[in-house]
Design a protein around this ligand. Structure first.
Ligand code: PMP
Length: 340
């Protein structure tokens, strides 16, 4: 096909890229799915497209209607891309702790942005719950209708990965994939891709890569939701079993600290030209752990979730990292290299 009829057709079908150092270190083939190449620059474009298509098919959205969502940013960006292409509006509720770059991208895309304090899910003023109530109110007042995308518990999210991500990985590896690792925000990517891959071959090993401070690791390892520690990563870290995670065939989990993640992100940038966010680093760290457990010769796939410039003010900001006592990119932190 010489051209796409609109931007929506450019979502998905992302390349798999061999990660050189991770592969050499483990003797495996470690492949990253380049989700940062989606039009909204993250893996969440896939879920956004499926959620909106599902709502349209069910007659819940009319032209000019509103899509409301609570999001750490990327789902809001994906929804805004899809909404703009199809003639809807977006109202996005975001915790104020999220990066300024993601908020700017949302404003740029003409989303109506509502910043709220970051409070735990059990609090009625959690961003997800606020977005649900707001959608209900707008559905009553907006003549064109309003939907709550509800990415955490709307399984159109994981359906996107059952129907697209897992099928692409299977085809791109010619069925030679041995393992799949992904971090969990909603769980849509991990659960949907795991379901799709296991349908092809039930021996494919699946695992969550979890940042400290999230409870998915302990849930998979022991069946109990327990969290400890904290992480600077955004968009991941879940403390409950979402509808998207429910019943997913996940074999294992790895717990990854910021200290383990950051050097991987910096290394991929400096030595492989891959500019990525923190959750991609968590994923690659998880893939390396799985590769070491499985031994040389295996093919492990993971997700390169979003583009690094989305976190320039945090992950790649020496002051921010220094204040948290975290590693600093050598080429940014070494002031003596500046020519005076
Ligand atoms: N990485 C980033 C940067 C994200 O924004 C998200 C989604 N919030 C994820 C990973 C996790 O994806 P999922 O919601 O499918 O678990």
């Amino acid at each position: 096909m010489p051209f796409h009829s609109n931007v929506l057709a450019a979502i998905g079908n992302t390349p798999l890229i061999r990660l050189k150092r991770a592969s050499e270190e483990t003797g495996c083939t470690i492949l990253g799915k380049a989700e940062f190449l989606n039009p909204g620059q993250s893996v969440k474009d896939r879920a956004a497209l499926f959620i909106v298509k599902d709502a349209i098919a069910k007659g819940k959205l009319q032209p000019g209607g509103v899509i409301v969502e609570g999001t750490a940013g990327n789902t809001g960006i994906g929804l805004s891309v899809v909404a703009n292409a199809l003639g809807f509006r977006t109202v996005i509720v975001i915790p104020e702790t999220q990066s300024v770059e993601k908020k700017d991208a949302l404003r740029l895309l003409s989303a109506e942005l509502i910043e709220v304090p970051a409070v735990p899910y059990r609090d009625p003023n959690n961003y997800v719950k606020i977005s649900g109530r707001l959608a209900e109110e707008l559905a009553k007042s907006d003549p064109n209708g309003a939907i709550w995308a509800n990415q955490f518990d709307n399984t159109a999210n994981r359906q996107a990965h059952i129907e697209t991500t897992s099928q692409e990985i299977w085809a791109q590896t010619e069925g030679r994939v041995d393992g799949f690792v992904a971090a969990v925000g909603t769980g849509g990517t991990l659960a949907g891709t795991a379901i799709g891959l296991k349908e092809k071959n039930s021996a494919i090993r699946t695992a969550a890569a979890d940042p400290l401070g999230a409870a998915v690791y302990s849930w998979i390892k022991t069946g109990e939701l327990k969290a400890h520690g904290g992480s600077i990563t955004e968009g991941i870290g879940q403390n409950r079993v979402t509808a998207n995670l429910e019943g997913a065939p996940i074999d294992d989990a790895y717990e990854i600290s910021d200290e383990e993640m950051l050097p991987i992100v910096f290394d991929l940038m400096q030595h492989e030209g891959l500019c990525l966010g923190g959750s991609s680093g968590i994923n690659v760290a998880g893939a390396i752990r799985m590769a070491k457990e499985m031994g040389p010769g295996h093919t492990i796939v993971t997700i390169l979730c979003d583009y690094g410039t989305r976190y320039q003010s945090k992950l790649f900001n020496p002051e921010f990292l220094r204040a948290k006592n975290l590693p600093i990119p050598p080429w940014l932190g070494n002031k003596s290299s500046t020519i005076t």
